[in-house]
Ligand binder design. Structure first.
Ligand code: ZN
Length: 160
């Protein structure tokens, strides 16, 4: 079965940045699962997946516009440190979680003071070209529930 909209794709991935540094990998854990055609993954990766089948191994290099977007320099702000979740000493360059009205978001610390910190709320991978090394483990038809929910269920997907 080839990857088309309304299929669930189970896959392993290793994510690397422009310098080739490994950022994330599913290799030490269960493969991930997503519902194809439902914007569950970044657009550039989803289009690279189209038409592939179980057993396929390939690399996809995705421009920032098709990944986490370009960096917006205006998304830097000063916030009270108490809004940030971190362990140890706050340092520039750290990615920490920030509590907001909409929930928690990863932000990058650009400057750390005693009571406030300057944080960059761009996604940590914004502005980066990303390369995914992909192995397709399984492709199956989505269930009616998965189509209604707009995501994959079961191992690597959502659990309710
Ligand atoms: Zn669901």
């Amino acid at each position: 079965m080839n990857i088309t909209p309304k299929t669930v794709v189970v896959f392993h991935y290793t994510l690397r940045d422009e310098q080739g540094t490994e950022l994330e990998s599913s290799r030490d854990a269960d493969p991930s699962a997503y519902l194809h055609g439902a914007n569950n993954i970044i657009p550039g990766l989803e289009s690279a997946m189209t038409g592939k089948a179980a057993g396929d191994v390939f690399s996809a290099t995705v421009a920032p516009e098709q990944a986490y977007g370009l960096r917006n320099p205006e998304k830097v702000q000063r916030v009270p440190i108490k809004h940030l979740l971190f362990k140890g000493k706050l340092r520039p360059g750290m990615v920490v979680q920030m509590n907001t009205k909409e929930g928690r978001h990863p932000v990058t610390v650009t400057k750390a003071g005693r009571h406030t910190a300057d944080i960059d709320t761009n996604h940590p991978l914004a502005g980066q070209q990303l390369t995914f090394d992909i192995e397709i483990v399984d492709v199956r038809a989505a269930s009616a529930d998965e189509l209604t929910h707009g995501h994959a269920h079961g191992p690597g997907g959502h659990h309710h």
